[in-house]
Design a protein around this ligand. Structure first.
Ligand code: 13P
Length: 379
């Protein structure tokens, strides 16, 4: 299996202690944010992804996984400003799903997502044309993980496809086949795609092919392309790639009885060894519902794991890796950047607005609404 894994060069991760040192906010900043939130409460809602630091989560009106936050954004019509404490693709999604009278703000414009950057729209168009020389693309459904640009979401919408997240990927794959599509092209996270297709849907690995967009015909033979049911873009999450196949056994040896609970962006071999797999919301729910004394080694972003540890002292919770797997772009959203946004709004200035172009918005909305509808029916 190892040739399937993308263990690229790993940046040296921080220790757990180093990662938490930076999370200290002055009382003055905390007080000013609370005051401004109160003054602007009829106009502003603050959304926070589960990977945000504690010193941001404390100000969030709603927290959630990427699916839940997208749904909130589509329902919060009474607030003029949605301050999105997350990363760029999430704020774009909120802009697509919110009303024309609303404005979405990302407190730090550098809060991007390296996985999302692994699929550029032009590359996707080229790959589509390249595949089209071999296959009838009318039978190929493009599905994009939420972690992608609005342009790619629009491409999927326009070509009969949809968006998915880690909490509903299986439902979206099943939906695609139920619409008569014979194959799925999934981007950008190869791991989520492979884990869903193999572990949740039982599709054999010979029918799940990595389509390496940097190689002619994805590095596949025409026959491999024709026999595949799922084609996976070569992309991955820079945080979850730190979890390695040796970690579950190390944790089980260190802490007998511990359960391994991981996000499906972890690689195939890590997921194979896990006791439970699911989105950030699933991981939180699983811990919340577990009895006292439960032991968990969790394979996902370190700030969320650390928050769970603090909230559940009756359980033993540790990260699956022996170092802090931090999402450095999520971490860019700081109390200071949030305060700056609120102070500007108070003065009537909208800073860091995220606006998706009208031409992309229409079809991106179609792709996202398909996801909302399919998920609603599957629940
Ligand atoms: P969730 O959908 O579980 O919130 O995951 C989002 C994400 O970007 C994980 O890296």
């Amino acid at each position: 299996m190892s040739e399937l894994l993308e263990l690229n060069i790993l940046p040296s991760p921080k220790t757990v202690e180093e990662s938490l040192v930076a999370e200290t906010t002055s009382e003055d900043v905390v007080r000013r944010i609370h005051t401004l939130k109160e003054e602007l409460r009829d106009k502003v809602v603050i959304l926070g992804h589960h990977y945000q630091r504690d010193d941001i989560v404390q100000f969030a009106d709603r927290t959630g996984d990427s699916f839940e936050l997208a749904r909130y954004a589509s329902e919060l019509y009474d607030r003029e400003f949605i301050i999105f404490c997350g990363v760029h693709f999430m704020a774009e999604t909120a802009d697509v799903l919110s009303g024309d009278n609303q404005k979405v703000i990302l407190p730090d414009l550098k809060a991007g997502c390296s996985m999302s950057d692994m699929a550029r729209a032009e590359q996707v168009y080229d790959v589509w044309d390249e595949i089209g020389e071999q296959l009838d693309t009318a039978k190929l459904c493009p599905i994009t993980y939420m972690n992608s640009s609005a342009a790619i979401k629009a491409f999927c919408g326009e070509h009969g496809g949809a968006v998915s997240t880690s909490s509903n990927n299986k439902a979206l794959f099943e939906w695609a086949f139920s619409q008569g599509f014979e194959k799925i092209l999934f981007f950008p996270d190869q791991h989520l795609g492979r884990n869903t297709a193999f572990y949740q849907m039982g599709i054999p690995l010979e029918q799940i092919r990595l389509y390496d967009q940097t190689k002619p015909l994805g590095g596949l033979t025409p026959e491999e392309l024709r026999s595949a049911k799922i084609l996976l873009w070569r992309g991955h999450c820079s945080v979850h790639q730190h979890f390695q196949s040796s970690h579950p056994n190390i944790m089980r040896a260190l802490y007998p009885g511990i359960q391994v609970l991981v996000h499906p962006e972890c690689n195939f071999d890590v997921v194979r060894q896990a006791d439970k797999v699911g989105s950030t919301a699933y991981i939180i729910k699983t811990v919340e519902q577990a009895p006292p004394g439960s032991m968990w080694a969790i394979g996902t972003e370190h700030h969320m794991v650390n928050r769970l540890r603090k909230e559940h002292p009756e359980q033993f919770i540790t990260t699956l890796a022996p170092y802090a797997c931090e999402c450095s772009t999520m971490f860019r959203i700081s109390p200071e950047s949030l305060l700056d946004i609120l102070e500007n709004l108070k003065r009537g200035v909208v800073k860091n607005q995220i606006s998706v172009e009208a031409s992309e918005k229409k079809w991106a909305r179609v792709a996202l609404e398909r996801m909302l509808e399919v998920t609603r029916k599957a629940q």
